[in-house]
Write a protein that binds this ligand. Structure first.
Ligand SMILES: *[C@@H]1O[C@H](CO)[C@@H](O)[C@H](O)[C@H]1NC(C)=O
Ligand SMILES: *[C@@H]1O[C@H](CO)[C@@H](O)[C@H](O)[C@H]1NC(C)=O
Ligand SMILES: *[C@@H]1O[C@H](CO)[C@@H](O)[C@H](O)[C@H]1NC(C)=O
Length: 596
């Protein structure tokens, strides 16, 4: 069954039990292309008839690359499927070889060549057939192996050119097969000498175990030498790498070796991020997929939280508060003005997050801590903390650069109200463009191994040019109380945005962020509705486990719903990566531009 097949509105569908949506959005566009291609083939101009040449991707290959159960013919009985050829297929990150099936009844000569647009990032592809010869008379398969050099992180455009000469006609047909593949930079430390992923993971596991043992031994030695007997309470699970690695700077460096130099590691006041190196594994393409961390809301005191942001503290004098943009029970967001330090005539608009008088110390601490989630990161689709005011006796303030249309969720809801009178208020293409920007920002976070844990429309902001930025979730619990639920423990969680593994096992990874992205995409398409609104938050886990998901919004194209559905695969490994989501949505965006 196709993932995008429309359901009557209001119906819910089951997903989890399917063999798995490794398939996703291009499949539908492609299928369309194939079907059109077939029609063309049946009604097209008469074929020469003689050679009966066929070149195609087998069902197995199509399933591997696109997730559809179908054969994809490029040439069927001499007729070229131009639509299939024009499709610029994205090769999944974990795939590094392509297979083509072909045969011909009579003599057909071929020449094979490759072009790679960035030879630095990808070496010349290799095939297991010669680059020139005759198309085999019996059904055969040839393989094309792709090698990312690991020196650069970029998307590669790859063209396989197949020149066909039917010997009787002495007439060359040039076929170009276009492919795209994301290549990642591989850190020399993490390169495994084998191509087997399993062996790689095992060796990573062994390495981690060794590091852990060394860390323990060093810690024990250190503790002995210090004649200290007490161990820190927090030395369990994810706290351990932090607690144990301190005695040896060497260990600390090793655990952090894969942090790219050009990015400041996130200094999160709770120590949530960037410390659990032992949980980090990379696949062969260097994309972090297995980074899983347990939620570790270690208690931080207000003084500690303030100390962490001291370096970005500014004087309260420089900030003027104007209108209140949002207000909760203890928190508020103002539109504020920041005066330039050197030239007081220069002013910059800011968002100012602050608390009311009745806010507890814990709530203030949480605001400061959560504000630091994206600190030190630079990307056009991220809005990290700018400054703080933490002078004694004043309510602490957090300042972020201003985006004049404000909170994305509130903006979407506004659009919904306006839409009733003016259906053209915001186009589907605009919404998809917003989704692309969010995916871009998230892709950057994933590459930096930062897990957001609370991606949702409420944690994004937008300006008049429809630029969208992802921000932290400080105060969101207070400003959007309906979006957070307490499931018996003392923690308020965005239950409706969470993947099953985060809900049940408190496991957080980029794949969990992908899940939340799917929900965010749904929010965009529904103009800010609440997902799973009729499901009791306590039932969510069981509901997801049974394979139920949110229904396809009315007016949401099948292709887009297919993208969401893939983000909600039960198995985190089956969900698309943010980079793939960017590509796929971009493709869809341009298709909307072309046909609408
Ligand atoms: C295919 O033919 C075109 C045009 O004749 C030529 O430019 C190209 O180099 C050929 N490609 C291969 C792989 O031989
Ligand atoms: C090329 O490799 C494919 C798959 O690995 C195999 O099925 C095929 O027989 C090989 N072809 C030749 C000519 O070795
Ligand atoms: C190649 O062959 C086709 C028909 O088989 C013909 O229409 C076309 O003009 C030929 N092209 C050249 C360059 O000879």
């Amino acid at each position: 069954m196709l993932p995008g097949a429309p359901d009557p509105p209001g119906w819910r569908r089951r997903w989890g039990r399917q063999p798995g949506p490794g398939l996703w959005c291009p499949s539908l566009l492609l299928l369309l292309a194939v079907l059109l291609g077939c029609i063309e083939a049946q009604t097209g101009p008469g074929s020469g008839g003689e050679p009966e040449l066929n070149v195609y991707m087998s069902e197995e290959e199509v399933r591997r690359l696109i997730g559809l159960d179908a054969e994809l013919y490029y040439i069927r009985n001499d007729i070229i499927n131009h639509r299939a050829l024009s499709f610029n297929l994205i090769i999944p990150t974990e795939t590094s070889s392509l297979h083509f099936s072909w045969h011909s009844k009579s003599k057909v000569e071929y020449k094979l060549g490759f072009h790679v647009d960035n030879p630095l990032a990808m070496d010349m592809p290799q095939t297991n057939i010669s680059l020139q010869g005759d198309v085999p008379r019996s059904l055969s398969v040839f393989r094309v192996d792709l090698f990312c050099s690991g020196k650069m992180e970029t998307e590669i455009m790859l063209v396989m050119q197949l020149n066909i000469t039917i010997s009787s006609a002495k007439n060359i047909t040039v076929l170009n097969f276009k492919r795209r593949k994301m290549c990642y930079r591989i850190d020399p430390v993490n390169v495994a000498p084998t191509t087997s992923t399993r062996v790689f993971y095992i060796s990573v596991g062994v390495c981690c175990a060794v590091i852990f043992l060394v860390a323990i031994i060093l810690a024990v030695l250190h503790l002995h030498s210090m004649k200290r007997v007490e161990l820190d309470d927090s030395m369990s699970d994810s706290g351990s790498s932090q607690g144990l690695s301190q005695p040896s700077t060497q260990t600390t460096q090793y655990l952090r070796a894969d942090t790219p130099n050009n990015a400041t590691p996130v200094t999160n006041a709770t120590g949530e991020q960037g410390t659990s190196g032992a949980g980090t594994a990379r696949n062969l393409n260097g994309y972090p997929t297995l980074r899983i961390e347990k939620n570790d809301l270690k208690s931080v005191t207000l003084q500690e939280a303030k100390a962490k942001v001291k370096d970005i503290a500014i004087s309260r004098e420089r900030v003027t508060l104007k209108d209140v943009l949002q207000e909760g029970t203890f928190g508020r967001i103002f539109h504020g003005i920041l005066v330039d330090e050197k030239d007081p005539s220069k002013e910059k608009p800011m968002f100012v997050k602050t608390v009311k008088d009745q806010a507890s110390e814990a709530q203030i601490t949480m605001m400061l801590t959560e504000s630091c989630k994206l600190r030190g990161l630079h990307h056009r689709n991220l809005l990290p903390i700018g400054h703080v005011c933490i002078e004694d006796g004043e309510k602490p303030m957090v300042l972020l650069p201003f985006m004049n249309w404000g909170n994305l969720k509130l903006f979407l809801r506004q659009c919904k109200l306006v839409e009733a009178n003016n259906p053209q208020a915001i186009s589907q293409q605009d919404l998809v463009h917003m989704a692309i920007q969010i995916a871009c920002g998230m892709s950057y976070l994933a590459r930096r191994e930062v897990i957001h844990k609370d991606l949702a429309a409420r944690n994004c902001v937008i300006d008049e040019s429809l630029q969208v930025k992802i921000t932290d979730n400080a105060l969101s619990r207070d400003l959007f109380p309906m979006d957070y639920h307490c499931l018996g423990d003392n923690e308020n969680r965005p239950v409706r945005w969470m993947s099953l593994e985060s809900l049940v096992n408190k496991e957080f990874s980029s794949a969990g962020d992908v899940w939340a992205f799917g929900v965010t995409l749904w929010e965009l398409m529904t103009l800010g509705q609440t997902p799973y609104v009729d499901i009791d938050p306590f039932e969510m886990a069981a509901y997801l486990k049974d394979g139920y998901r949110i229904a396809q919004p009315i007016n949401c194209p099948d292709e887009l719903f297919a993208v969401m559905a893939c983000c909600w695969a039960l198995d985190p490994e089956e969900r698309p990566k943010f980079q793939q989501l960017v590509q796929c949505l971009t493709e869809f965006h341009s298709a909307l531009g072309a046909y609408v």
